[in-house]
Every structure is written in C-alpha cells, then in structure tokens.
Write a protein that binds this ligand. Structure first.
Ligand code: SF4
Length: 294
C-alpha cells in the first residue's frame, strides 16, 4: 500500500517543522522565556490542554504551565498563548498586578482583532463567518461586548437569514482565521444579496489558505484520508474539506488512534497534519500505516 503524505516543506507561510506560523512562533517564545527566566511561568490559554503537544520539551518542563484560570496565577509571570486573550482576561491580569513577559498571540489573530475593532469603530454590526464552537469566538465576542455591539455568527448559507438586521444597517464581516474559502464564497453572496451596506475584511490566515487546498488535492487522489490533528479550528476545517471529496476520512489525535480496518483492501492512502502537528509526528503515523498494511 502506498501512503501519500502532504509535505508542506517549501510551502509559503508554513515553517519546515510543519507547524503553522503562529504555533511555531509561540513555541519559540515560550522556550525563550523558560531559558531566560527559569521557572514560575504561566501561559494563559484558550486551549490549555493543547499548548505543549507540539513542543515536547516544554511539556516536560517544570517551570512553565498552561491554564485558562486567571485566578490560579498568583506568583507566576504571565504569557498570553497563541490563541490570544479576551479583553476581560487582560484587564484581570492587570488588576492582579501580574508581570506580562510576552504576548505570543498569533499575528493573524491580532490582525483579525484589529479588523474587528476597525469595523466596530465604523459603526458596523459584526458578522463572523465561523463555526460556533471555534475557540476564538469568546475572544471576538468579548471585544464586541466592550463596544456594546451584537455579534452574529454565520456557519452556513442558511444562517444569513437569521441575522436580525435590516437591509440598510451597516454590516461588517470578518472571517475566522481557519475558515474554508469555498464555503465563504456561498455565504458572502447571500450576505451581499440581503444587505446593502457591507464591509468585508478577509481575516483568514495564510496557513488555512495554503493548507486546505492541499487537503482537497489529497482527498481527490487517494482511497482514504487520515487527518492528524486536535484543534477544533484547523482540524475541523480539514475534515470538512476532505469529506467533501472523499467518503473515507478518519481523524486521529495520536498515532495509536490508527486502526488497521480503515485501510483494508486499499492501495493508496493519504495523510495530512493540521497546524499543530509536527512533521515528525506525521512521519511516525506514515510508518505505522505502512506496518499495518504489511
Ligand atoms: S492556524 Fe493560522 S491563525 Fe491559527 S495560530 Fe496558526 S497561523 Fe495563527
């Protein structure tokens, strides 16, 4: 059986580690802070359980931990994690007098927040093209709440009918960083049909733009697709894209999740890593699939 792996080496915007720019950069910042300050570091994170999976060396470090409970941070120095922090969390950190060592928020997340603020300042009501469960939603809602604005989340074309605004009210649209561009097009034409005053900021990140088309290519080319990832953003999008072109899509969070029965009778299987999955982990999974076929 042939195992086709999507190799992101040399792909614009994707570091050789296979991680996305944001995760790669945040991991390097965490590492640097540990080297510089030794221990007593807390990373405030929207997804603390995922923070160090890509960085095994940090997972084993005793001096750094990841948490989403700001009250639990007392004598530690603070870092904001790759997914950013809502305004109320940043305010609480200041009130607690915590020392902020670094803000590892992904530059694309910052860009998205800036776009949101710009649209809100222009008087727009906010529409976010995103899945409702995406970890970034509380952060974006928190920003809109500060400005006392309502937010409408649109996941699919039918949701556009539920936006409680009249035709001439100003609508500002931002896109979840890991949104799939194919669904974006359909939703946007509905929004433009319904509203007369629409401003759009395309805040999808370069990682999605590079990674998701490769998933489509792979899904069209193989008999089964394995998606290796654990984030609800990129991993869900990859699954959505792969399922649109292939009936045999499996998702794993670790190499041990692979099942021999998925590949019975197949000669060509594909695998792709999500934005927090290192190239080394994907290679390990490739070897396991090969050994299952032997
Ligand atoms: S997937 Fe995109 S937005 Fe999310 S951390 Fe990576 S580069 Fe940043």
């Amino acid at each position: 059986m042939e195992v086709v792996k999507v190799d992101f080496k040399g792909t614009k915007g994707i570091p050789p580690s296979g991680l996305c720019v944001g995760v790669h950069r945040a991991g390097a910042m965490h590492q640097k802070m540990v080297e510089k300050y030794g221990n007593g570091i807390a990373v405030w994170s929207l997804r603390p359980e995922n923070d160090f999976i890509a960085f095994k060396s940090l997972e084993d470090e005793e001096g750094i931990r990841s948490t989403n409970d700001m009250d639990s941070i007392k004598d530690e120095k603070l870092i904001y994690g790759v997914r950013g922090a809502p305004p109320e969390i940043r305010r609480q950190a200041k009130e607690q007098g915590l020392e902020l060592l670094a803000d590892a928020t992904c530059p694309f997340v910052i860009q998205q927040e800036e776009a949101e603020l710009e649209l809100l300042d222009q008087g727009c009501h906010l529409v976010i093209l995103s899945s409702r469960t995406h970890h970034g939603i509380p952060r974006l809602m928190g920003i809109a709440k500060e400005k006392e604005r309502e937010v409408f989340i649109v996941e699919k074309e039918e949701d556009v009918a539920d936006i409680r605004l009249t035709r001439f009210e100003p609508v500002g649209v931002i896109v979840q960083t890991t949104f799939w561009m194919e669904s974006y097009t359909g939703i946007m034409s509905r929004i433009l049909e319904r509203f007369a005053n629409v401003r759009i900021r395309n805040t999808a990140c370069i990682d999605s733009l590079q990674r998701l088309p490769k998933v489509e290519e792979l899904a069209r080319d193989v008999e089964a697709v394995v998606i290796f990832g654990w984030t609800e953003g990129m991993t869900n999008r990859m699954e959505e894209v792969a399922r649109a072109f292939n009936d045999n899509v499996h998702r794993i969070e670790k190499v041990d999740d692979l099942e021999r029965s998925w590949f019975t009778g197949m000669s060509r299987v594909g695998i792709v890593g999500a934005n927090e999955t290192t190239d080394d982990l994907v290679n390990e999974a490739v070897e396991r699939i090969k050994s299952m076929a032997a």
